[in-house]
Write a protein that binds this ligand. Structure first.
Ligand SMILES: [Zn+2]
Length: 314
C-alpha cells in the first residue's frame, strides 16, 4: 500500500504518492489560485491525487490514506477553522474531499507535517523526540514524540512562532506583541536589514538589492553576512541570538533529543548553526547533561508532501 500526501500552500498545491518508508514514488502539482472558492481548490486537489496515483502506475485501491498539510489549523472533524493564507474559515476540507475520493483523510498543520517527514525519512529519523522549527515568512513548529506529531489539547502545541520573546515588542499578526515570529523569521531578518541599510547605506546588503531598500530579501542578508559585511553580520548575529533564546526555551521546557531547523532561512546552512550555537551556553546547574542536537532539515521542499502522506501512517 502507498500513502498520498498533499502540501496545500497559499501559492502551490503539491501532491505526492509516498511509500511506507517515506520516499516519493510520483509527484504532481498546480497553482493554488487561492482567490477561488474553496470548492474549486479542493476539486483540483482531488484531480491531482488521481493524476499522481496514475503517474505512479497505481490505482486508488493501492492508496491507504490521504494526508493534507495546511498552513493553518483543523479540528478532528476535518474542518479547517482558520487558514489565513487561503482566506479559509470553517472549511469542511475532509467532507468536500471525500465527495471525490472515498479514503481516510488526515489533516494537520504544515509544520507538523514537515516535522513528521524529517522524523520518518530525514535528519531526525530514529529520534525519540524532536522539535522542528520552520524559519520562513513566519515561524512554525512541530513536535514529534515517539514518531507521532503532538498537537496538544487544542491543536496549537508547537506554535513556537507565537511564544513571547520580547515583552511589549514588535506587534504580531496574532494581535499580541513581541512574538518569536517577529524576531526569528525571514520577515524579521528583512525588517532589521532595511533599518541597517538606512543607517549604513554603504552595506553590501544594499548593493545586492541594487540600492533599493524595498528589494532586500533574506538571501541577500545571509550572503552579505557570509562575505563578512559588518552590517549584515550585525543583523544576522542579532537574529541568531533571538533564535538561540527560543531554542533555549524549547530546551528547558521540552528537552528533545533533537531540534531541527528548516524553512527558507535554513538556506544559510552551517553558517546559521555556527551563529546560533555560541548563544546557547551550557547551564551550570546541568553542565554534565548534553544539549539537544541542533541540526538542519534535509528534506527541503519534499518534507511537506512526505509528512502529509505519513499522517495516515500514525
Ligand atoms: Zn504572534
Amino acid at each position: 500500500m502507498v500513502y498520498v500526501g498533499i502540501d496545500l500552500g497559499g501559492t502551490n498545491i503539491a501532491v505526492g504518492v509516498v511509500s511506507e518508508a517515506g520516499s516519493i514514488l510520483a509527484e504532481t502539482g498546480a497553482k493554488t489560485l487561492a482567490e477561488r472558492p474553496y470548492q474549486a481548490i479542493i476539486r483540483d486537489m482531488a484531480d491531482l491525487v488521481k493524476k499522481a496515483v496514475s503517474k505512479a502506475r497505481l490505482t486508488l485501491s493501492d492508496v491507504k490514506s490521504i494526508g493534507i498539510g495546511i498552513p493553518g489549523v483543523a479540528g478532528d472533524d476535518g474542518v479547517v477553522f482558520n487558514c489565513t493564507n487561503l482566506g479559509w474559515v470553517n472549511v469542511p476540507l475532509r467532507a468536500e474531499m471525500q465527495k471525490y475520493i472515498q479514503k481516510p483523510i488526515f489533516i494537520d498543520n504544515d509544520a507538523n507535517a514537515a516535522a513528521l517527514a524529517e522524523s520518518v525519512a530525514g535528519v531526525s529519523a530514529g529520534c525519540k523526540s524532536s522539535v522542528f522549527i520552520t524559519l520562513g515568512t513566519g515561524v512554525g513548529g512541530g513536535i514529534i514524540i515517539n514518531g507521532k506529531p503532538f498537537s496538544g489539547g487544542h491543536g496549537r502545541a508547537g506554535e513556537i512562532g507565537h511564544m513571547t520573546l520580547v515583552p511589549d515588542g514588535v506587534p504580531c499578526t496574532c494581535g499580541r506583541n513581541g512574538c518569536v515570529e517577529r524576531y526569528c523569521s525571514a520577515t524579521a531578518l528583512i525588517r532589521s536589514a532595511r533599518q541597517e541599510c538606512s543607517n549604513y547605506p554603504d552595506t553590501a546588503i544594499l548593493q545586492k538589492a541594487g540600492g533599493s531598500v524595498d528589494r532586500v530579501n533574506a538571501k541577500m542578508v545571509i550572503d552579505a553576512a557570509k562575505e563578512g559585511d559588518a552590517s549584515a553580520l550585525r543583523v544576522f548575529n542579532s537574529f541568531a541570538r533571538y533564535l538561540a533564546m527560543t531554542i533555549s526555551t524549547i530546551t528547558w521546557f521540552f528537552d528533545p533529543d533533537m531540534i531541527v531547523l528548516g524553512g527558507g532561512i535554513s538556506y544559510a546552512g552551517q553558517f546559521l548553526l555556527d551563529a546560533v550555537k555560541p548563544w546557547i551556553p551550557p547551564c551550570q546547574a546541568f553542565e554534565k547533561l548534553p544539549l539537544p542536537r541542533l541540526e538542519l532539515a534535509t528534506l527541503g521542499n519534499e518534507a511537506g508532501v512526505v509528512g502529509a502522506a505519513m499522517l495516515g501512517k500514525q
